[in-house]
Design a protein around this ligand. Structure first.
Ligand code: AMP
Length: 606
């Protein structure tokens, strides 16, 4: 999270009680969004649109002013709308935790699909100051007349792009209609598509736009590493990594529920305490699991993306991508779980040889450096285990709580050498944990990352393209440097270019949703594509160098890319999330933005 170097919470004009609460919470300085939004709400009474993603401290940015300005009343005074039940719980908890030291505490209730009405009705019947809810459940309560929003001071839309993306636009409008006119409206969203600004125009009147850069938010404090590993060796690799890291508080991400169950069961069998969290886990059980994870009774949480969204746990030391995420954005979300609030963290990703291209694409799109790591060897594990063993015994000795064993100890020492006794006890306790032969072998995988790809582009001379303008087009849309674009061949209706395969992945990704005459705008060229000999086109397009790059790399032909499962890099596309009703939303990769850009790009050229 970006925090400002100089401004303090006190300088934002917060009360002493609030300052004490924030200190207790461990917040030292306001984050960038807090620094901007808090004064607007406290001093200027403004409607605010904040462009900020999760991880920027946006919840406290609106939560602190609510707590500072609202008084306990007999009707709800603030409504916070969120897209998912996880976020509803998280936002309510976060705001609640900010009032630890306030004398007059506000009552905060979360209402969401999947939770029994009884609990919510009981909560709503009491005095409620702040309601945090998902749109459908809010509407439900409005219809049942168990919730009244005619006297609210604040209406807050959190993760507005996600809500609209999940199809809640009509519901949000209905909720707006059932509220009083003179409320203040705050809208937070990671992206700002037009449809959001339309909602704002319709319901917000004057507003102040606040934006913070978030792309660097979560990954800067996190070391990112990937390991090349076969699918069948992943579990063994995971255990070795857990062994080698001294302090751990982990989330292990899996693609499917089955994987999640498999990894959880196997980890427990091996003696690592782990809990699994996925869409089939009942709400009650889920809350129990999260509590034991938050309390650090369980230090490894194995989760799917859906289940992990909205989990707000600080100090995660490691994120392990046991399976690669569905899209680049999910990768950023997953990795963003560690390295928060100034802490350092490690994100480790397992990559099978078939998946190598995905990690290349993630690096390109997120502009991060993901270092290649090597799986710890058995020698390294043994060394780590020995050190841990010594440390464990040291701490038992220091605690001096072993007197009940003194009699047995004396008997053993009278009859055997001290070394034999200690070694036998260790064997009894650790079995074969320090025997190299007990480790399953992990086969080295080495992925060759060199090579180029030849791409077919459905744009040609008829559309006014020359080699130069085609290279320019690719550079503008996909950010590929002209130096890396070789063998440009522009024909009447289509063209060919050769690029390093990492760039090819980016180009294919950027143009994935665009068609021309029923055919993808850009696709992998068939093997026999026209190539020119070395030399330069008259109008400056590059023609040479294909042969020097060694031609197209056929090894990757049947890669994942054929399936085009990779979603948009925009956060607008989102991953799967459990929605309002507790259902899961299918991943709807949106072409928003990409399409816009590309259209703009083409327009300029014609
Ligand atoms: P959010 O973007 O609201 O989801 O917040 C992300 C995380 O940052 C939460 O765990 C907050 O408790 C934490 N956080 C929010 N503001 C601050 C701050 N000023 N200093 C340190 N941590 C913060």
């Amino acid at each position: 999270m970006t925090t400002h170097e100089n401004i303090t919470f006190a300088e934002l004009g917060l009360s002493l009680q609030m300052l004490a609460s924030l200190e207790k919470k461990g917040f030292e300085k306001p984050s960038a969004i807090q620094e901007q939004v808090i004064p607007l709400l406290l001093n200027w009474d403004k409607n605010v649109i904040g462009q900020a993603a999760t991880g920027t401290g946006k919840t406290a940015a609106f939560g602190i002013p609510l707590l500072e300005t609202l008084l306990h009343e007999s009707h709800p005074q603030a409504l916070i709308m969120v897209p998912t039940r996880e976020l509803a719980i998280q936002v309510a908890e976060e705001i609640n935790s900010l009032q630890a030291d306030l004398k007059n505490k506000l009552s905060i209730v979360s209402i969401y699909g999947g939770q029994s009405y009884d609990i919510q009705l009981r909560a709503l019947k009491k005095w409620v100051d702040i309601v945090v809810g998902t749109p459908w459940r809010i509407i439900d309560h409005l219809h049942r007349k168990t919730l009244k929003l005619q006297e609210i001071s604040y209406m807050i839309l959190d993760e507005a792009d996600e809500m609209l993306n999940m199809g809640f636009v009509d519901d949000i409008e209905e909720i707006f209609k059932q509220t009083n006119e003179d409320k203040k409206v705050l809208l937070f969203s990671a992206t700002m598509p037009k449809v959001i600004l339309n909602v704002a125009k319709k319901y917000m009147g004057d507003y102040q736009l606040v934006s913070v850069q978030t792309t660097q938010m979560t990954t800067t404090q996190t070391t990112q590493i990937y390991f090349e590993v076969r699918e069948s060796d992943k579990f063994e690799a995971l255990c070795r990594i857990i062994d080698i890291e001294s302090d751990f508080y982990w989330i292990v991400f899996c693609k499917t529920k089955l994987d999640c169950d498999f990894v959880t069961t196997k980890l427990n069998e091996r003696g690592y305490q782990a809990q699994g969290l996925h869409g089939d886990v009942q709400q009650k059980q889920r809350e129990r699991i999260l509590k034991s994870f938050k309390d650090r009774k369980v230090k490894i949480l194995v989760a799917t993306d859906v289940a992990a969204r909205g989990i707000d746990v600080n100090d995660i030391s490691h994120v392990i991508n046991y399976s690669l995420p569905q899209d680049t954005e999910s990768y950023v979300h997953r990795v963003g779980r560690t390295g928060r609030a100034g802490k350092t963290g490690k994100a480790i990703t397992f990559v099978t040889p078939q998946e190598y291209r995905k990690i290349v694409l993630i690096q390109k799109v997120t502009k991060t450096d993901i270092q290649k790591g090597s799986i710890p060897s058995t020698d390294e594990i043994m060394q780590a285990r020995r050190l841990k063993l010594k440390a464990d015994i040291d701490s038992v000795l220091a605690g001096q709580k072993y007197q009940q064993y003194s009699e047995v100890a004396n008997y053993l020492l009278e009859n055997f050498t001290p070394e034999a006794v200690v070694a036998a006890l260790l064997k009894l306790n650790y079995q074969d944990g320090l025997t190299p032969d007990s480790f399953k072998q992990i086969n080295e995988v080495s992925i060759d990352t060199t090579g180029t790809s030849r791409l077919f582009i459905a744009l040609g001379r008829k559309g006014g393209y020359t080699p130069r303008s085609l290279v320019d087009f690719i550079q503008t849309e996909a950010g590929v440097s002209p130096r890396d674009i070789d063998d440009v061949r522009v024909m009447e209706d289509f063209s060919f270019v050769t690029v390093p395969f990492a760039d090819a992945e980016v180009i294919l990704h950027v143009f994935a949703k665009q068609n021309k005459g029923g055919r993808s705008l850009v696709s992998k060229a068939k093997d026999k594509t026209p190539q020119l000999r070395a030399g330069r086109d008259s109008d400056g397009g590059s023609r040479g160098g294909y042969s020097s790059r060694g031609g197209r790399d056929g090894r990757w032909d049947r890669s994942f890319w054929a399936s085009r499962a990779w979603g948009s890099q925009r956060s607008f596309s989102g991953g799967n999330r459990s929605d309002d009703r507790g259902f899961r939303r299918e991943d709807k990769a949106s072409s928003y933005g990409r399409g816009e850009n590309a259209k703009r790009g083409q327009g300029r050229r014609r």
